[in-house]
Structures are given as C-alpha cells and as structure tokens.
Design a protein around this ligand. Sequence first.
Ligand code: UT7
Length: 328
Amino acid sequence: MRKPFARIAGVGSAAPDFVITNADLEKTLETSDQWIVERTGIRERRKLRDDESQTDLFAAASRDALTRAGVGYSSVDTIICGTCTPARRLPSAACDVQARLGGGTAAAFDVVAACPGWLYSLTVAEGMIASGASRHVLALGGDRVWSIVDQGDRNTAILFGDGAGAAVLVPATDDRGILATSLGAEGTLSDLLYIPAGGSDEPPSTQVVAEKRHLLRMAGREVFKVAVRRMAQACHQALGKAGLRAEDVDLLVPHQANLRIINATAGEAGVPLEKVMVNVQHYGNTSAGSIPLALVQAEREGRLQPGMVVLLVSFGAGFTWGAVLVRW
Ligand code: UT7
C-alpha cells in the first residue's frame, strides 16, 4: 500500500437551528409522517432562515475544523468548496467564505459535483498536496438545498435539508491519511436529477420562475437504483486500490439520502450495518453537507478513533459519485 499524501487533520460541520419536522410538512403537502419514515427514514431536516446564508454555515464549519486541526487560518493556502448552491453566481462560494473568515490571498474555487461535492473537494485537495501545490487546504462541502427545492413537490420537498462541513488537509507524515479515492460521473443520465433552467443557456426570467424550471426535478426510483449500484462499485474500487477488503472497514459513512439506499449500499459493499454511520433521520439529504455532518457526529460520539479505516461514499446529480478511503 502506498504512503498517504494527505491527512485530514480536523473536521467540522454546521447546520441551521430551524427544524422542519414531518408533521410540519403534513400541513402543506399530501404526505404523511408514516410514509416519509417508512420510505426514507427521515424524521426532520434543517432550513436556513431568509436572513441567514450558506456562507454562515461554511464559516462556522471551517472555524470548527481549523480549531480541531490546530491549524491557524493564516496557514491555509487553498480553499475548495464543493457546492451546487453558492450564495450567488459570482464570485465562487469559496471566495465568499474566504472573505468571511478574515480574507487573505489563498487560492479559492468551487467544485460543482452535487451530493459528492465534498468527496470531490477532498480528492482535489489531496492531489494539490501530493503535487506540492498546496500545504494546508480547507476543503468544504455543503448545500442550501431548500433554495432549489419546489416546496410544493412531495417527491422532493420531503427529502432535503441545509447543512455544511469542512476538513483541513495537511501533508501526511505517517500511515494516516487518504489511502485511495474513486470518483466517477455519467453525464448522459443528467435528466434523472437536474434543474432545467437558470444557467447560461436559459438565464433566470419571469417565465422560468413561473414554470418552476429553476428548481430541482428528480426521477426518484431511477436515481435510487443507480445510486446503490454506483456507490457499492466506488467502495469496492477504492478498497481495491488500497489493497484492502470490506472486512477491513471500521466505519462506513455513506451519503445520507435515504435509509433504504444506505442499507442497500452497505449490503452491496459488504459492510455490516453496525459499522455504518446514519443520521439521515435528523438532517435529511443535505447534498454535499451530508457526509461531513455524519462524519463529525461519528467523531463526537467516539465512533472514530485514530488508525481506523473509514470509507466515505456518495452519489448525486450528474450523475456523479465518489468514494474516499481514509486511515483516520
Ligand atoms: O442525493 C441523491 C438524490 N436523490 C436521492 O437519493 C433520492 C432517491 N430516491 C428515493 O429516495 C426514493 O425513490 C423516494 C423516497 C424519492 C421515493 O420512494 P419510492 O419508494 O421510490 O416511491 P415511489 O416514487 O415509487 O412512489 C411510491 C408511491 C407513489 O404512489 P403510487 O403511484 O404507488 O400510487 C407516489 O405517488 O408513493 C407516492 N409518493 C408519496 N406518497 C406520500 C411519492 N412521494 C410521496 C410522499 N408522500 N412524499
């Protein structure tokens, strides 16, 4: 097994205070707590208030991660933000986070990869450290998913929430760090989970908004099937690259989209459920925020110890997917 190039020195996460329960959704949608719990495992999710920003979450998660890593903000030379819901179209979310954290001149850019955005960020960060281009990278992931959800569509409005996370990556000095990564995408399937308009082909207009074509559309059942298959494959690929097997995994932290998807993915990846981190019941699907929110909770609950083999895996719009294998 090769020596890791980069180590995750600290992780942090942040979610809004405002909670929306299934009972709240029952008041406006033709749905029920029973249906949502049975089909998804979700009981509540968080939502940013109108006067709050996703940048607030990224800044809070970053401060948390920097403190835990023992790295000063002034040492950060690169900020990478995995998000598909930047606070505004220009500049990047990463530049807004940089300004909020105290400025400076670190390189700052976004990675748009939907739900696996954080795993894409970690992979880019690892590569920049391996090449010597960067030494201290702040790799963020998160989304304000409520901003792109049609609140009248019961197919999607029950699933999502807002949240974010951050990791500080530094050069590895021993066998702890990122052991292997496996990213993939299949753009030909984009129409199964996408936002029809609002980009440069068809910029926002009153017509786009009236037809709700600036909001998310999803073919849930199809997404479900591909998600399980691709996440399981990504797990096997990352393990294979590192010369490890499913039995070597101490903790699997999958994308928190749906409890049934989590259970099916763990089964196909060969990881028993007692080694799987689940918090989808409290946050729903926070897109790129989901894995760091779950990982940080696992760490705070004492489920993550130095030396453990941790497998992160995600899937989302694109389609995109990715797995990152870490010796903690
Ligand atoms: O991050 C990646 C992004 N997305 C995902 O990971 C989502 C992947 N997909 C899923 O999680 C699931 O497909 C859903 C939770 C979205 C849907 O669950 P399902 O078991 O695939 O249900 P379904 O779409 O096959 O619908 C079953 C029934 C339908 O009624 P009929 O046709 O059987 O009469 C739906 O109209 O459930 C109905 N339904 C609902 N009923 C109550 C769909 N949404 C709801 C709802 N409340 N919210």
